[in-house]
Design a protein around this ligand. Sequence first.
Ligand SMILES: CCCCCCCCCCCCC/C=C/C(=O)SCCNC(=O)CCNC(=O)[C@H](O)C(C)(C)COP(=O)(O)OP(=O)(O)OC[C@H]1O[C@@H](n2cnc3c(N)ncnc32)[C@H](O)[C@@H]1OP(=O)(O)O
Length: 358
Amino acid sequence: MRASQEDFDSAVDRMKLLEDPDSDTKLKLYALYKQATEGPCNVPRPEVLDIIRKAKWGAWNALGSLPKEAARQNYVDFVSSLTPSLESSSQAGPGAGRSLPESEHVVMTSEDSITTIMLNRPAKKNAITIQMYQDIILALKAAGKDNSAITVFTGSGDYYSSGNDLTNFVSFASGDLEKISEESANTLRNVVDTFIDFPKPLVAAVNGPAVGISVTLLGLFDTVYASDRATLHTPFTSLGQTPEGCSSYTFPKIMGPAKAAEMLIFGKKITAREACAQGLVTEVFPDRTFQREVWTRLREYAKNSPNAMRIGKQLLRSSEKEKLHAVNAEECRVGRERWLSEECAAAVQSFLSRKARL
Ligand SMILES: CCCCCCCCCCCCC/C=C/C(=O)SCCNC(=O)CCNC(=O)[C@H](O)C(C)(C)COP(=O)(O)OP(=O)(O)OC[C@H]1O[C@@H](n2cnc3c(N)ncnc32)[C@H](O)[C@@H]1OP(=O)(O)O
């Protein structure tokens, strides 16, 4: 039986209770709502530079001639599929909020004097949403103050991380592009500053392929262990974007300017073994024994004096901190300009339309 107008109206009300849906969800809800209320997309394609309106138009237009009644049913079904999270959040009451420092997609655990921060969004290859950037900052700040000796960053599922969630570019944040891009640049700068200032030994357990910012930040880790299944890819220039995570400074320093240029300017994807040969990865382990070998090693390391390790890290890193903060500020300033470029808009749109299965 087709959803009634009352079912549809009720779904619209319940949708308003949804806490911080990701951009894919917002795009899908927007498109189905427009199709259910106005029918097939009946407005001209927006200007190239307006990424947000273009993505909304694209999502609605992708529904083609889907009849209003079917769109209404799809909308009700989709909101119903989100209902469990709605019920839990509505039952949680006004004080729900996000339990710090953990969150749905950034999970912290502590054991054997090791605090692990895991990107936990495997269905999306651990792509990093704006909320996850915030959660990463909170998790690192908590890890920096807890009683663990070492902090480990890793990913769940088959990927370490596919980097920035490209739907961040179409997030429905209120305000204009100038404001959104400034807020995003501040978010990025804060994330990277938190890595620069992290006080304890920081180890990356690269459990699978890594893309974009999840690669560039590796230059700020103290040790990087990788599975031999991992690849490292920084496709910035194909996205109309530029390096971040201080990689414009750390990569030339670690691997030499030519190898850094191959990755950051030409977007060459490298294997874990190549990254090890270039100094970005410390050691590569066979995938089948990666977790066992890495965690055995880390548990031994964690038996060292936490204070001695923390102070030793300061000796290794303190002379560069001011430089790294300056590099980060410049990368974020330039990055913000790039996000507003037509090249970036076109590249993001291309990815989204390739993936916009609504
Ligand atoms: C204009 C003003 C607003 C500005 C706002 C900007 C905010 C930015 C703030 C911070 C900026 C930091 C700068 C960082 C830069 C980068 O990290 S650049 C690199 C970005 N990442 C990518 O380009 C990778 C894109 N993904 C892929 O190429 C492929 O998905 C893959 C990783 C090679 C894996 O391919 P495959 O094995 O075929 O799996 P898929 O089917 O493609 O993926 C599974 C699902 O996951 C989704 N997904 C994967 N990666 C991303 C991603 N990065 N962003 C969004 N979604 C991603 C993919 O769409 C699939 O989803 P479904 O189709 O729904 O299953």
